[in-house]
Design a protein around this ligand. Structure first.
Ligand code: GLN
Length: 313
């Protein structure tokens, strides 16, 4: 079934906000220098139902860079274009059990990136985006993520320049992929498109609608546009369930029971299939790079809205 009635969802959203706002543990990411400048107390929650209704509380329209949440949507778009079989062979669907920016996982697996939600797999996925030039690939990503959001998403140039100037590790990962023969394009070009992808500006409303599009079998519930096929949503959600929170993916699935994806700027998108997309933004992160308040608020909402896909009743 769908979510509870409108007023119930509104009050549960406020309840999630109030119960989670007190949490001030965790730290803001600073390995991308500009991210350290964020106000750590910002906190917003948004829920977009598959019928197009949108609920919001707190700093729900504050904009931030999408970061790793973009990986889920680029993966869906690439599967739509070239098929999940090819992507499955080249990128994989298994958890690495290691941090998102690990090079160890690559070294242990003959350079195979293992899944599209860690940096190695995401850079390799972005390299598979259609387009002969890096500009064409970037436009494909920007257009596609914008269709998921239902509005034109733009590049946060300050975030892009801050990350591009300091992303030695991602450049190293891409060159390692190339050394194993796992990239068909120039590694630094692939990292550059990936860095732009991570620097797209969104708010929790955008993320909730992007999530709701995956929850709705690929049709954006606000614009009515089909973005990807239903089967692509199913594939993407399976991958997120296994890998969306890196080495903490098991704990997330155990606690919350629906697929989701985090990003290092503090966003989380959660997808309740057939029901809704949920998004939270709060910049303080746990040691795996997942928003502390976002996890709490989402756990509360999953319980009270009855979202856990493993619950029989
Ligand atoms: N752009 C960031 C990076 O590549 C994304 C990481 C994240 O959100 N976990 O390091």
């Amino acid at each position: 079934g769908a979510l509870p009635g409108w007023d119930d969802v509104e009050s549960l959203l406020h309840g999630a906000y109030e119960r989670s706002a007190a949490a001030t543990d965790g730290v803001v990411a600073d390995y991308i220098p500009i991210l350290a400048a964020v106000d750590p107390d910002l906190f917003g929650i948004c829920v977009a139902e598959v019928d197009g209704g949108v609920h919001a509380v707190g700093d729900a329209v504050h904009e931030f860079s999408i970061q790793s949440i973009s990986k889920a949507f680029t993966y869906a778009l690439v599967c739509q274009e070239i098929g999940h079989e090819v992507v499955g062979v080249r990128i994989g669907v298994n958890n690495t059990g290691l941090a998102f920016n690990s090079v160890v996982a690559l070294e242990l697996n003959d350079g195979h990136p293992m899944n599209p939600m860690v940096n190695a797999g995401a850079i390799a996925t972005t390299a598979l985006v259609p387009g002969v030039t890096p500009t064409a690939k970037w436009e494909f990503v920007q257009d596609g993520l914008s269709r998921f959001a239902g509005r034109r998403l733009t590049l946060d140039v300050t975030v892009y320049e801050s990350e591009a100037a300091t992303n030695l590790r991602n450049r190293g990962i891409a060159q390692l992929l190339e050394s194993y023969g796992r990239l068909d394009v120039d590694p630094l070009d692939a990292v550059d498109v990936y860095t732009k992808q991570c620097s797209l500006r969104v708010n929790t409303r955008d993320l909730a609608i992007m999530g709701a599009t995956l929850a709705d079998g690929g049709v954006n519930p606000v614009t009515g546009e089909r973005v990807v096929d239903e089967s692509i949503c199913r594939d993407t959600l399976s991958v997120l369930a296994a890998t969306g929170f890196y080495e903490r993916s098991g704990e997330w699935l155990f606690e919350i029971g629906v697929p989701g994806k985090s990003g290092v700027s503090g966003g989380i998108v959660t997808i309740a299939p057939g029901k809704a997309g949920l998004a939270t933004f709060s910049p303080r992160l746990d040691s795996a790079g997942n928003s502390v308040r976002g996890q709490r608020a989402t756990a509360y909402l999953s319980r009270t809205l009855g979202l856990n896909v493993f619950a029989s009743g």
